[in-house]
Design a protein around this ligand. Structure first.
Ligand code: ADP
Length: 328
C-alpha cells in the first residue's frame, strides 16, 4: 500500500436530483493520508458528496481526481476507493472470511490467495478467531469490523465511510471511534467519514469540512474549526460557543471562556435563566439585552464557591481576545 497516501480533489462538483441542488459547485482538496470528517446537518449534501466520490452516484457537473487521475466516470470498483456503508451490507449466507474475500472472488483471484488476504485483513481488525462465523452470529461492533475488513481488502487509496458509527450503542461507538483512528494511522491512507455529530468529528478528524445548504461553509484542522468558526452557522453547529449579535455585527465567544461577576463589572450584564449541573462543569445560562442567551461553562468548584440562582442579576466577563468576529 502507498504509505504516502494520495490526493483526492473535488473540482467544481455539482449534484442535482431533478430541481434539487444537493451539492452546489463544491471544490476541495483532501490531503493525502488524512482523516477527514464531512460534517453538517441532515440534508446538507454530505452523503451525495461521498457517493459521487465512490461512484455510487453520477456527478451532474465538475470532476473528481484521485492522485492525478480523473475518476469521475469510472465504475466504483475501478476508482481506487472503497465504501463502508452504515448498515454494513454483509452477505448473511457467507462466512466472515468469505464476506471479506468477496471482492477478490469477483476479480477472479484464486482461492488460496483470497483466503490468505482475508486472514490478513481479519487480523488487522482483530477478528481472526471468528473467521468461520456467519454475520448474524456476530455483535454489531464485530459486524462493523467485518465490513471494514471487506472494504480494506481492495487496498483502496481512500476509504469512504457513511455514518459508520450511527448504528452502535454509545459505549461501542466510542470504542470503534478509537479503532477507526488507529486503522487510519496504521494504513496511512485517507479516510473520509460522513457524520452529523460534532463530537465524533472532533474526536476523529485531522480535518473537518463543515457543509451547509449544499456548499462547504468552512474547512480546516479540527481545532481551528472549533476555536475559530468563521460564521454563526459553524459556531452554533460546532457547539460550545455563544454567538452574540451587537449593532455593529456579531461575534463568537466560547462558553468556557465566559466567567461570572457582579453586575456592572463585566463585559455585559444579564439575568440568570437556567443552571445545569453537568458533573465536571456547571452550565449557567443568562439573558442579556436583545433577548439573547449567553452560556457560561464553569468548573464545578468555581461555581460552588459563589453559588447563584435563576433570576439573579449577574455580570458576564471574558477576555477581549477570546471573542472573535464572524463574517456572516
Ligand atoms: P446529507 O447526507 O447531508 O443528509 P444528502 O446528500 O443525503 O444529505 O441529501 C442532500 C439533498 O439531496 C437533500 O435535499 C435530499 O433530500 C436530496 N436527495 C438525496 N438523495 C436524493 C435522491 N436519490 N433523489 C432525490 N433527492 C435526493
Amino acid at each position: 500500500m502507498d504509505a504516502m497516501g494520495t490526493d483526492l480533489e473535488l473540482v467544481s462538483v455539482t449534484k442535482r436530483y431533478g430541481t434539487t441542488v444537493a451539492v452546489d459547485n463544491v471544490s476541495h482538496h483532501f490531503k493525502p493520508g488524512t482523516y477527514t470528517c464531512l460534517l453538517g446537518p441532515s440534508g446538507c449534501g454530505k452523503s451525495s458528496t461521498l457517493r459521487m466520490i465512490a461512484g455510487h452516484e453520477s456527478i451532474s457537473d465538475g470532476s473528481i481526481l484521485l492522485g492525478a487521475k480523473d475518476i469521475s466516470h469510472l465504475p466504483p470498483a475501478k476508482r481506487g476507493t472503497a465504501m463502508m456503508f452504515q448498515n454494513y451490507a454483509l452477505f448473511p449466507h457467507l462466512s466472515v472470511a468469505d464476506n471479506v474475500a468477496f471482492s477478490l472472488k469477483m476479480k477472479g483471484v484464486d482461492a488460496s490467495e483470497r483466503i490468505a488476504k482475508a486472514r490478513e485483513m481479519l487480523a488487522l481488525v482483530d477478528l481472526s478467531a471468528l473467521a468461520d462465523r456467519l454475520p448474524d452470529q456476530l455483535s454489531g461492533g464485530q459486524q462493523q469490523r467485518v465490513a471494514l475488513a471487506r472494504a480494506l481488502i481492495t487496498r483502496p487509496q481512500a476509504l469512504l465511510l457513511d455514518e459508520p458509527l450511527s448504528a452502535l450503542d454509545p459505549f461501542l461507538r466510542i470504542r470503534m471511534r478509537g479503532e477507526l483512528k488507529r486503522l487510519q494511522q496504521e494504513l496511512g491512507i485517507s479516510f473520509l467519514h460522513v457524520t452529523h455529530g460534532q463530537d465524533e468529528a472532533l474526536a476523529l478528524a485531522d480535518e473537518i469540512v463543515v457543509m451547509n445548504n449544499a456548499v462547504i461553509e468552512q474547512a480546516g484542522p479540527a481545532r481551528e474549526v472549533f476555536n475559530a468558526p468563521k460564521t454563526a452557522f459553524v459556531a452554533q453547529f460546532m457547539g460550545g460557543h455563544n454567538v452574540i449579535a451587537l449593532a455593529q455585527g456579531h461575534f463568537a465567544v466560547r462558553s468556557d471562556a465566559v466567567r461570572l461577576t457582579d453586575t456592572g463589572r463585566g463585559t455585559m450584564d444579564g439575568h440568570i435563566t437556567a443552571i445545569e449541573y453537568q458533573g465536571t462543569h456547571v452550565s449557567v445560562c443568562a439573558r442579556i439585552a436583545g433577548d439573547q442567551e449567553v452560556t457560561a461553562l464553569l468548573p464545578d468548584a468555581e461555581f460552588f464557591t459563589t453559588p447563584r440562582n435563576p433570576g439573579d442579576p449577574v455580570g458576564l466577563i471574558w477576555e477581549h481576545e477570546k471573542q472573535h468576529e464572524l463574517t456572516s
